[in-house]
Design a protein around this ligand. Structure first.
Ligand SMILES: O=P(O)(O)OC[C@H]1O[C@H](O)[C@H](O)[C@@H](O)[C@@H]1O
Length: 545
């Protein structure tokens, strides 16, 4: 069974949404609230320890009904069933998409090519658990007999962003091991990281699904050379572990075969933190917390798979995103976590969203005539408020903004927590309500400014409001809740890809630059400039000479 190919713009829901947009595009959010006294209750979802309020979005009951109809007409339900069943929905690479299997309890069965994979997953999880415990407890030591103190994750893209984001997000739960992440092929960053480390007590986790990524292999090689300055070749097997599908290349790197953690081709790089690619997470917070992360994700998987669409968080958020992207023509979406622990979440989501849905060919192989992909950006609140919120409040662009926060502070810092949350709520209120001419002028009239100056100032101080936002309030930042949050986004990305009629699980778009970089590197090495456009020729000449 394969995914159906349905042009969303040909559905009756899409056409109706276009007409409907004309009816409501000028309606102010405050009018929606005046017209429906129960709006906030109707447009919010309570699930486990999540409270999702989407009432401050420019939608009404008809919008919601039509968006849900769009999901029906594009056969989202059928696609969800295929996704979880292990059907090869990554059709351009002929692969299943089963990161969800990694968090499914082992007593369930999921078949890929006729083989139940849950037992294989269980085996690898035991390997992760055992290794984690041996490193944390000091049972496995470095070459000089000292316990490990530092873990260096070497990987890029999905082999870095997920483990890095989660390790930072769960820093509160971190044990005595210090984690470092090397991703960029920037040698200065590699040396800057190594400068602080002692080879005797450093464990390198080389993560690369393909084990052919230029950046990762170069960085791993440099780390190996640094390590060998103080140790011998046999010691490599105690200090370097690999996570990969490509066991052949890992062995030739010198990695002990017991220290190779397998991955599978049915786990996409950007969805791999739940697999062995999450080894650094397990090492930094312990296997039991890593497992709780998986449990949280599994709960969200079940919610996504089983809840009716009108109370299904990933589906609702996907539909709202499509509403802004394709109908309001919003160019970007901001994600603002009010938790410093989540400071890497926007960067992580950029890969997840943009590598998945940045496509322009439909599932029939034809060019697409509508917008796909969400441009995701953001930073933590309150920092973001003092940086770019000016543009969201008073700029010319419509930027739907998603706010995420936890009710409880992990250190019980209530005074800070109340201020943090007050800022979150205040922003959503300000974005929606704005500030009228009357409010501005009565405020200015209390000042000593001359009347003429007041009149000139008024237009600059007005906030039109009507800026949409969605709020996600979660009880507490725990491995389980962050697991559920990340899973929510994964499913939202899936749902959007289905509705846009694209393939979300390949990433051919990153290949061309890689190929050209290899050729250009050779030219740099041999100091010869081959045929390029004039600009590239000039750049190369400037660098070489
Ligand atoms: O894990 P690796 O095989 O080294 O791949 C690392 C990354 O590189 C690629 O270019 C892809 O764009 C990413 O999806 C992937 O996560």
């Amino acid at each position: 069974m394969s995914l159906a190919s349905i042009d969303p713009t040909k559905t009756s829901a899409w056409k109706a949404l276009q007409k409907h947009l004309d009816n409501i595009k000028d309606t102010h959010l405050t009018t929606f609230f005046k017209e429906n006294k129960n709006r906030a209750n109707e447009l919010s979802i309570k699930w486990n320890d999540f409270f999702v309020d989407y009432s401050k979005n420019r939608i009404d009951a008809t919008t919601k009904k039509l968006l849900l109809q769009l999901a029906e007409e594009t056969k989202l339900k059928e696609a969800i069933n295929l996704y979880f069943s292990g059907a090869p929905i990554n059709q351009t690479e002929k692969r299943a998409v089963l990161h969800t299997a990694l968090r499914t309890p082992a007593n369930k069965t999921i078949h890929v090519d006729g083989k139940n994979i849950t037992q294989e997953i269980k085996k690898v999880k035991s390997q992760i658990k055992e290794f984690t415990e041996a490193i944390i407890s000091g049972k496995n030591t470095g070459y000089s007999g000292k316990a490990f103190t530092d873990i260096v994750n070497i990987g890029i893209g999905g082999s870095d962003l997920g483990p890095h984001m989660i390790t930072e997000a769960l820093a509160f739960y971190q044990n005595h091991l210090t984690s470092h992440f090397i991703s960029n092929v920037d040698g200065d960053h590699v040396q800057q990281t190594l400068k602080k480390l002692n080879p005797e007590t450093t464990l390198f986790v080389v993560v690369s699904k393909t084990f052919s990524t230029q950046e990762t292999l170069t960085n791993a090689q440099t780390c190996k050379e640094w390590f060998l300055q103080k140790s011998s070749t046999e010691d490599i097997s105690h200090h370097f572990v690999a996570v990969s599908c490509n066991t052949e290349n890992t062995t030739s790197f010198g990695i002990n075969q017991h220290y190779i953690f397998p991955m599978w081709d049915w786990v996409g790089g950007r969805f791999s933190l739940w697999s062995s690619a999450g080894l650094s997470i397990s090492l930094s917070i312990g296997y039991h917390h890593f497992n709780a992360l998986l449990e949280g994700a599994f709960e969200m998987d079940t919610h996504f798979k089983e809840s009716p669409f009108d109370e299904n968080i990933p589906v609702i958020l996907a539909l709202i995103s499509i509403w802004y992207n394709n109908f309001f023509k919003a160019e970007t979406e901001a994600i603002i976590p009010y938790s410093q622990y989540l400071h890497k979440l926007p960067a992580y989501l950029q890969q997840a969203f943009m590598e998945s849905n940045g496509k322009s060919i439909d599932r029939d192989g034809n060019p697409i005539s509508y917008q796909t992909g969400s441009i995701i950006w953001g930073a933590t609140g309150t920092n973001a408020q003092h940086a770019f919120f000016q543009l969201i409040h008073q700029g010319t662009k419509l930027i739907p903004t998603e706010f995420i926060a936890f009710k409880e502070s992990l250190f019980q810092e209530e005074k800070h927590q109340d201020k943090l949350i007050a800022n979150f709520f205040a922003q959503t209120e300000a974005l929606m309500n704005g500030k009228s001419t009357e409010e501005v002028s009565s405020e200015l009239n209390t000042t000593t400014l001359p009347e003429e100056q007041i009149a000139k100032l008024i237009p600059y101080k007005i906030f039109k409001g009507n800026k949409p936002s969605t709020s996600i309030l979660i009880n507490k930042l725990t491995p389980k809740s962050i697991g559920a949050l990340v899973s929510l986004y994964e499913h939202r990305i899936f749902a959007q890809g289905i509705i846009w009629n694209i393939y979300s699980y390949d990433q051919w778009g990153v290949e061309l630059g890689k190929q050209l970089a290899i050729r250009i590197e050779q030219e740099i090495n041999t100091k010869t400039v081959n045929k390029h456009d004039q600009s590239t020729t000039n750049l190369l000449t400037e660098y070489i000479n």
